[in-house]
Design a protein around this ligand. Structure first.
Ligand SMILES: [Mg+2]
Length: 101
């Protein structure tokens, strides 16, 4: 099976709700492992493992929520991040922010 076929079958066999719940659960597991890692109690292998789980669930949710739209938002957000990095590193002048009075 291809990766896309696996995601399609997972949705067919377990349904959207269970897969969305699994995405939430995997996000929580990754969060926990990153926090352990930040506190110096982490196991890098566990972080990598949870990253893999999270990426799989993100790819599955991407497929469910329209890959083209998700990819479009990724491109937009990466371009915005690139711009912010250029401003932060002094390569480019940022927009002037208006102060609220
Ligand atoms: Mg996991």
């Amino acid at each position: 099976m291809t990766e896309d076929e696996i995601y399609a079958k997972a949705k067919l066999v377990w349904g959207y709700t269970n897969q969305a719940l699994m995405a939430v659960e995997e996000a929580s597991e990754l969060q926990k492992e990153l926090l352990h890692h930040l506190r110096g109690r982490g196991d890098t292998r566990k972080v990598v493992d949870e990253l893999a789980d999270m990426i799989i669930m993100c790819r599955q949710m991407r497929k469910i929520f329209n890959p083209d739209k998700v990819d479009e938002r990724i491109r937009f957000k990466l371009a915005r991040l690139e711009n912010r990095l250029e401003v932060a590193s002094g390569q480019k002048e940022g927009r002037k922010r208006r102060r609220k009075m």
